[in-house]
Design a protein around this ligand. Structure first.
Ligand code: ASP
Length: 433
């Protein structure tokens, strides 16, 4: 059997939901459907989930939610009446509005988008609704609790199609709780693992995961196959591909994930698998993250002070700074610090000298970090050369290079102002290797 998760754009209006029905009915193996809340219908539109969070914020300030909830109500009723399933929704909408206004809290409020979406779609498909609160278990810090799997196995067994809302479940004490944003991917993965699906289909609005960010690179190709490890690295270096936490449930039993396009169901999409042939396609893609500040810390005979790097990182962490990448030399430590807040570098470098005995601390320029990702990276030495040549031709100075730190990702730091140019050049280069 197959578990299919449909994202926000796939359930954004009645037309999209009709496509969902067609997809589900075209394959009898598609027996479990996990849905998001209606997402954006166009660029300026608002997601139902965002509006529900707004309602919660208004209610906590003691303000009326009538207007904002009215838009949510209208949107659901419009879709439901087009699909001719409006009857059951009215009472639920009244109850939800009342509870949010009475201070039910952000998890309850946000989860109702998925809840209503699943109720409506279950009725439209003539399927059984399974409430995620009864089967999906979260830890107190919002991660997947292992006790979900046997519950899911039990409830998703049997004939007929079942529809489950994504994004939420309950803590082991039965309290309703949501995952982090985009968490319906995780719900789909839990369902796929619990139901021992042959494939976990993740339906979106693109024909698979792209080799590079289409907002920067013209017409990047979809990736045919990518390993679980590669997708993790792509996500870590900034690609907005798939919820990171959605990999673990399916990876442990090797269920492949197939990312597909609701608007073009016959396109093969991307398969996320345990192992792939990296001889034919050594690199899967490029991705980038920014801005970072390059900071070089000097300590004579650094090797004699094995605790020094850890102490530096601890100090930075205590100030809310995160160091995503580091390079260690004989007497130097180069850190790439995520620059997502105001930082007094002068004060910090004084502190590093005074508290930790650093000899010097040089605060360098702003950089972007680009990752070239693929399991065939280290067995194809020409890729590094080709990447460096591509940057050299554009006179883009390499501010840092981490090759071999991970067997599947090469990290290249480039000046921030050259980020887009470098990403384009690297995407073009890896598409040719
Ligand atoms: N609706 C939720 C969000 O917007 C969860 C999801 O769609 O995956 O984050």
């Amino acid at each position: 059997m197959k578990v299919c998760k449909f994202g926000g754009s796939s359930v954004a209006n009645a037309d999209q939901i009709r496509k969902v029905k067609k997809i589900v009915e075209s394959d009898p193996q598609r027996r479990v459907v996990v849905v998001s809340a209606p997402g954006k219908r166009h660029k300026e539109d608002e997601k139902i989930t965002d509006m529900l969070y707004t309602c919660d914020a208004l209610s906590r300030k003691g303000e009326s939610i009538k207007e904002t909830f009215g838009i949510i109500r209208q949107r659901f009723l419009e879709i439901a009446s087009e699909l001719q399933v409006a009857g059951s929704l009215k009472d639920s909408l009244d109850e939800i509005e009342q509870k949010i206004a009475a201070g039910a809290g952000p998890d309850y409020a946000a989860s109702r988008g998925e809840y209503l979406s699943a109720l409506m779609i279950a009725e439209f498909l003539g399927a059984q609704f399974v409430d995620a609160q009864e089967v999906v278990r979260l830890t107190d810090d919002g991660r997947v609790d292992e006790s979900s799997y046997p519950l899911v196995t039990e409830r998703l067994r049997g004939e007929g199609v079942k529809v489950m809302p994504g994004f939420y479940g309950a803590t082991v004490n039965g309290e309703l709780k949501t995952f982090s944003r985009g968490g319906s991917d995780i719900s789909g993965a839990i369902a796929a693992r619990g139901a021992m699906a042959e494939v976990y289909e993740n339906w979106t609005d693109v024909s698979g995961i792209l080799m590079a960010d289409p907002r920067i690179v013209d017409d990047p190709k979809p990736i045919k196959e990518i390993s679980y490890a590669e997708i993790r690295e792509m996500a870590s270096i900034g690609a907005n591909v798939f919820h990171e936490e959605a990999i673990a449930p399916v990876k442990s039993i090797g269920v492949p994930i197939n990312v597909k396009n609701t608007n073009d169901p016959s396109a093969p999409g991307t398969f996320i698998v345990l192992n792939r042939d990296s001889v034919k396609d050594p690199i899967v893609g490029v991705s980038g993250k920014k801005p970072y500040r390059k900071v070089l810390i000097e300590k004579f005979m650094l090797n004699r002070y094995p605790d020094f790097p850890g102490q530096v990182l601890k100090l930075l962490r205590s100030k809310g700074l995160s160091v995503d990448f580091e390079l260690k030399g004989f007497d130097t430590l180069t850190l790439f610090v995520a620059e997502d807040q105001e930082i007094s570098w002068e004060q910090l470098s004084e502190e590093l000298k005074r508290e930790l005995g650093a000899d010097d601390c040089r605060v360098g320029s702003e950089v972007a970090m680009i990752g070239v990702v693929g399991e065939g990276l280290t067995s194809n030495s020409h890729i590094t050369g080709a990447a460096m040549r591509a940057l050299e031709e554009l006179e883009i100075h390499v501010e840092g290079l981490n090759y071999g730190g991970s067997p599947i990702t090469m990290l290249i730091a480039v000046p921030l102002r050259k980020y887009q140019e470098a990403l384009k050049a690297l995407a073009k280069t890896v598409a040719q290797v």
